[in-house]
Ligand binder design. Structure first.
Ligand code: ADP
Ligand code: MG
Length: 452
């Protein structure tokens, strides 16, 4: 793992524990201003804003800091507090809290409840990229640490970006290391129904009892209980009692704790006390990586070009991306069609219709003509002066890149030209924009306008 990311995680864990150990005022005054610098040969170097500050922290908090550091990272042997060189040392993103560690009494009761874990949702099957690397690192940390480093771990992000996947992965990993650990994974919805049922059958004791034996509680999609007051109340008690007993709690949501509407303040603030990690929307690279990984699991061969096409076109989330790939493969296997971009476009037509830019050749020609101050009729004419031919070629280039029309179709729309003319124009502009900055700027601008 990236060392700075690792260090950041360690420090977040330490800060969280310091906060619950000493309370928020002390934390804000003495710990928050510290800046973690680096680890060098087992020594964690932290800088303080002044000499006085350094001495105060050294005398009062150093041993606790070291204790928590060791818990978060076994490689840390000592801690060195230095005076920062810059006078105004900036705060690093470590203001989240965690919880005090104690020796955990390991429950040996082997009764998992909630829903069964999906064997496909493991760390090995999770493709890591920029948008999810922090959440992935945090999840791994929670899964691997012997002590409770962050409590709760709060994962959030949009639909289909891998929150449930990471939760299952943590559960698998913990189970693998210690099969006796009792893990309860359930959606917030299920939590609510169980709770309501227990109230109806006057059996809330049993409901509460089941959580007592749990080592790790995972509640997925907590946003579901927003606005559901009594469920929130119950969840809050369950949550607090688990945290107080040093059980790991992992929560997911579609928003950050502070953005959860209709959630009690004391609950949202408490949810943010551990580590909050978000998963960002996918990038092209991550989508392609995921497609390549999933494609390798199929017995049919899927050309790279098709994977690239899907990664370009299906941008909403990973769930849709997987669905798209499955459809392409199913179509190839059951109908026996070869996997090509054209077939893929066909199979995914309903999916693509929403994401496809619906720009027409007409719009492209008009926009380009007005951009270069030429007449629309010149665009379609056979005039060959550079003043006319460059805009025309730009329009052809844009027609090729922004629409799904074929070369002959585009040729027809440009006064019945041959498809080789279009191809030539496309290649010429493509290579000219490499060297001609003003042309590149024209193309970029027109693309932006036309894609709106
Ligand atoms: P969420 O819970 O955030 O709505 P899920 O965890 O259910 O999303 O993910 C949706 C689908 O996408 C699942 O099948 C999951 O395995 C897959 N998925 C999401 N992110 C990744 C990833 N980074 N690598 C591999 N598969 C992923
Ligand atoms: Mg989910």
């Amino acid at each position: 793992m990236d060392t700075s990311l690792n260090l950041q995680l360690t420090w977040q864990s330490v800060c969280g524990k310091m906060k619950s150990e000493y309370g928020e005022p002390v934390f804000d005054s003495w710990i928050k201003p510290l800046v973690v610098e680096k680890i060098k040969k087992g020594v964690l170097i932290v800088s303080a804003p002044s000499t006085f500050f350094r001495d105060w922290v050294s005398n009062n908090y150093r041993s606790k800091l070291l204790e928590f550091c060791k818990q978060a990272d076994e490689e840390i042997l000592s801690i060195d507090i230095v005076v920062s060189e810059e006078k105004n040392s900036s705060e690093i993103g470590v203001s989240k809290k965690g919880n005090a560690p104690q020796i955990k009494d390991n429950s040996s009761v082997d009764i998992d409840f909630g829903i069964p874990l999906d064997p496909k949702l493991t760390f090995e099957n999770f493709v890591v990229g920029k948008p999810n690397e922090f959440a992935y690192a945090a999840a791994q940390r929670v899964a691997m640490s012997k002590n409770i480093a962050f409590n709760p771990l709060f994962l959030y992000g949009g639909v289909g970006l891998g929150k449930t996947h990471l939760m299952h992965a943590i559960a698998w990993s913990i189970k693998q290391q210690d099969p006796k650990k009792v893990i309860a994974y359930m959606s917030a919805e299920k939590f609510m129904y169980q709770f309501i049922k227990s109230v109806r059958f006057k059996d809330t004791m049993a409901f509460k009892e089941q959580f007592r034996a749990v080592d790790v509680l995972m509640i997925d999609d907590i946003q579901f209980i927003c606005g559901k007051d009594s469920t929130q109340e119950e969840f809050f008690h369950t949550f607090n009692s688990l945290i107080d007993n040093n059980r790991q709690v992992i929560i997911s949501a579609d928003k950050s704790p502070s953005d959860l509407d209709d959630m009690e303040d004391r609950l949202t603030s408490r949810l943010g006390w551990g580590l909050v990690a978000d998963i960002h929307p996918t990038t092209y690279e991550l989508r392609l990586g995921i497609l390549q990984t999933k494609a390798a699991g199929f017995s049919v061969n899927i050309p790279d070009k098709v994977l690239e096409f899907v990664a370009h076109k299906v941008t909403s989330n990973v769930r849709e991306l997987e669905g798209a790939l499955n459809r392409i493969v199913a179509n190839a296997m059951f109908i026996g069609r070869e996997i090509t971009i054209d077939n893929a476009r066909d199979v995914l037509s309903d999916l693509l219709r929403v994401s496809e830019r619906k720009v027409t050749i007409d719009e492209i020609q008009k926009q380009v003509a007005s951009h270069y101050l030429i007449k629309l009729s010149d665009m379609l004419s056979s005039k060959r002066t550079k003043q006319i031919s460059t805009p025309r070629q730009v329009a052809m280039y844009l027609a090729k890149t922004l629409t799904t029309m074929s070369l002959p179709e585009i040729g027809k729309s440009f006064g019945g030209r041959d498809h080789t003319t279009i191809l030539h124009a496309f290649r010429k502009i493509q290579s000219d924009i490499e060297t001609d900055a003003s042309l590149a700027e024209d193309v970029r601008l027109l693309t932006t306008i036309l894609s709106k």
